[in-house]
Design a protein around this ligand. Structure first.
Ligand code: BGC
Length: 371
């Protein structure tokens, strides 16, 4: 019996390593970097890679930072990992310091990428290659590569899920409100485009009704993807537009926004009997627990181990002359250049497939989800 369990764990671990080239979020440092992508090239020979991440307040960026650090160190690079807690100026200063401290390569997940244009130029002038991590660096020609998920695809999957599961028809319309991401993040715009493509026909034929009328991105975005901002906006919408009719769907672009809406809904007296369909993104541990309990309906699982491994191949490309895997040379025009990109595949998860996708993929254990 014990042997069987051990064999199963080993098999899962091997699968995870082959597929992702890195560590599980639960134990980022333990087995990082031995995957097919990251393991292929020569040692990093002590070169310094600086990694600028947006915030520790969101779980996914903690995973991203830990995975990047572990996978790069495994290859012999020295890593300077810094978080800026969603403070735009703090991130600018951090990157300036990284350049001064002699970084050989910069990996940046921007807070507000427009604010980084000057510091990216400084890096370019100093001969330091820059790689965009998850969020596109806009309006600069200083960026060599971009590792991300299919950001429009995230919106498409959220939209498809709503269309397939909300049961809206012309005879039985459902109400919907949108809680989108940060206007300074290109990903938020792409997600919105993907979502609207799916739900616009239902809005047009009256199957879906947005009572607030806040359908345009200008009206429904959430600066810095902030949970409190989403909560307040949801409270306001419920008071003003849903006094005598229930809100059926909260189309949220990120798990943190979903938590904000949940608080507002609870405050407004919603119960299991009229609880809406709520979407999200990142499949955070708490969101996955909410999916199991039924509080959140779905999320978008993004395997940060895979993303880190793709980004590491780009670091190796700019520092060692290796060839990174690229699968998109069209979509990501940053206003100056089209950035060669690798798009990882996002996966919609709900109560029906979370076991297979999330537990089976080694992202969280059953124990973590039961705690
Ligand atoms: C990322 C999402 C994340 C959001 C908020 C976006 O740029 O692509 O995965 O949910 O930022 O942190």
């Amino acid at each position: 019996m014990k042997k069987k369990v051990l064999a199963a764990i080993m098999a899962t671990a091997m699968l995870a390593l082959t597929a992702c080239g890195g560590a599980a979020p639960a134990a980022p440092a333990a087995d990082a970097g031995s995957g097919s992508d990251a393991g292929a090239a020569a040692s990093g020979s002590g070169k310094k890679v600086a990694v600028a991440m947006p915030t520790q307040s969101s779980e996914r960026w903690m995973h991203d930072g830990a995975n990047m650090k572990a996978q790069l160190e495994e290859l012999g690079y020295t890593v300077d990992l810094q978080y800026a807690e969603d403070d735009v100026q703090a991130q600018v200063s951090q990157i300036e310091n990284m350049i001064t401290a002699g970084a050989n390569c910069l990996v940046i997940a921007a807070i507000d990428s427009d604010a980084l244009v000057n510091v990216e130029q400084q890096a370019k002038d100093a001969g330091i290659p820059v790689i965009a991590y998850d969020r596109l660096l806009m309006n600069t020609d200083a960026v060599s590569y971009y590792a991300t998920f299919d950001n429009k695809g995230v919106g498409t999957k959220i939209g498809e899920y709503i269309v397939q599961h909300c049961g809206a028809t012309k005879d039985d319309p459902k109400t919907i409100e949108l809680f989108m991401g940060s206007p300074d993040d290109n990903n938020a715009h792409m997600l919105y485009a993907g979502l609207m493509e799916q739900i616009q026909p239902l809005l047009d034929d009256g199957s879906l009704v947005c009572k607030s009328g806040q359908i345009s991105f200008e009206d429904n975005n959430t600066l810095r993807w902030d949970q409190q901002t989403a909560m307040k906006r949801c409270e306001d919408i419920l008071t003003r537009y849903y006094a005598d009719e229930d809100l059926d769907i909260c189309a949220c672009a990120y798990d943190g926004l979903s938590y904000g809406c949940m608080s507002a809904l609870e405050g407004a007296g919603y119960t299991d009997a009229n609880w809406p369909l709520i979407t999200g993104q990142d499949a955070e541990l708490m969101a996955t627990k909410h999916i199991i309990s039924g509080k959140q309906t779905m999320s978008i699982y993004k395997d940060t181990r895979l993303l880190a491994s793709k980004c590491v191949t780009m670091v190796q490309a700019v520092l060692e002359g290796a060839k990174p895997e690229i699968n998109d040379t069209e979509q990501y025009n940053n206003g100056k250049i089209v950035v060669p990109s690798y798009l990882c595949e996002p996966v919609a998860v709900d109560k029906d497939n979370y076991k297979e996708v999330i537990i089976g993929g080694g992202y969280y254990t059953e124990e973590q989800l039961a705690e």
